[in-house]
Design a protein around this ligand. Structure first.
Ligand SMILES: Nc1ncnc2c1ncn2[C@@H]1O[C@H](COP(=O)(O)OP(=O)(O)O)[C@@H](O)[C@H]1O
Ligand SMILES: [Mg+2]
Length: 258
């Protein structure tokens, strides 16, 4: 095997486990290593590193198994609605958007089914903008795109089942906001020790404030996926993108051997 291209989502595939196994097997692989993958997976740790680096994020609270916070207090701190998510998951699995106490209690239970740590987030009213990153030490960014979900939020159903959501490429943003998104995408990629590839997801508010939501270190690669589509629109068609990712994997592997 020359290179492994893990096109896997979620725990074990994207969180550093598979990457650790591949390192032990001594095979080059595409995408971030153990640390970058693990940091990109854990929404709680990721956000703490963003705060330390001055990367703009929304308000959030972390809860570990056994910890509780009552609805009145959370409502005061985060406002309504609240997003409740497992810290380590993806594909919108286990995520709820809630506005009342009954739903809040249910949502906390639901999120804890998937992880022993969950995060509660203030709702950010804004457009969903995504930007692709490619490279090792000198990463570059694509033009940004916009996801226009046709549901309450970009849920599992909106992502994979109901095909009504639309990707707008390039996103209709002014030059300054586009540059801001691209600069932050690079910063996120570097702060989280990422390599190879990553898709950084943002919210852009009405007043053009740019907030980082998360990174995906193994972005989707289907025919409708944003990561390859953004590169295609930025002048790197899929065959060239795949060649580049494979070369980056070999380059990193050889550098680490030294
Ligand atoms: N704080 C928030 N404010 C507004 N919408 C949110 C917020 N957090 C998540 N969402 C919505 O939920 C979707 C999934 O959340 P995200 O944090 O991206 O989880 P995942 O890793 O599962 O993709 C987002 O694409 C967005 O539509
Ligand atoms: Mg997401």
């Amino acid at each position: 095997m020359d290179v492994i291209f893990p096109v896997l989502h979620g725990p074990y595939g994207e969180d550093g486990s598979m990457q650790g196994l591949l390192k032990i097997f001594n095979v080059p692989f595409v995408g971030p290593g153990v640390l970058g993958s693990a940091l990109g997976m854990d929404k709680d740790v990721m956000k703490r590193l963003f705060m330390e680096a001055g990367i703009p994020i929304g308000k959030f609270i972390t809860l570990r198994n056994g910890e509780k916070i009552n609805f009145t207090k959370i409502k005061k701190e985060l406002g309504l609605p609240i997003f409740i998510k497992p810290a380590n998951m993806g594909s919108s699995v286990g995520i709820s958007k809630v506005k009342n106490e009954k739903k809040y209690i249910k949502a906390v239970k639901e999120a804890f089914k998937f992880d022993s740590k969950i995060i509660l987030e203030a709702n950010i009213a804004g457009r969903e903008i995504e930007c692709s990153v490619l490279g090792n030490e000198r990463p570059m960014t694509s033009i940004p795109g916009e996801i226009i979900a046709n549901q309450e939020f970009y849920s599992y159903n909106a992502k994979y089942i109901d095909e009504g959501s639309v990707a707008e490429i390039p996103a209709k943003l002014d030059k300054k906001t586009t540059r801001k998104v691209q600069e932050l995408a690079i910063k996120v990629f570097k702060v989280l020790n990422c390599e190879g590839m990553g898709r950084v997801d943002f919210f852009v508010k009405k007043n053009r404030e740019v907030i980082v939501n998360e990174i995906n270190t193994i972005p989707g690669f289907t025919k409708i996926s944003m990561y390859p589509k953004l590169w295609e629109a930025s002048g790197i068609p899929l065959p060239k993108l795949l060649d580049t990712l494979i070369l980056l994997a070999i380059e990193r592997f050889e550098r680490e051997l030294k």
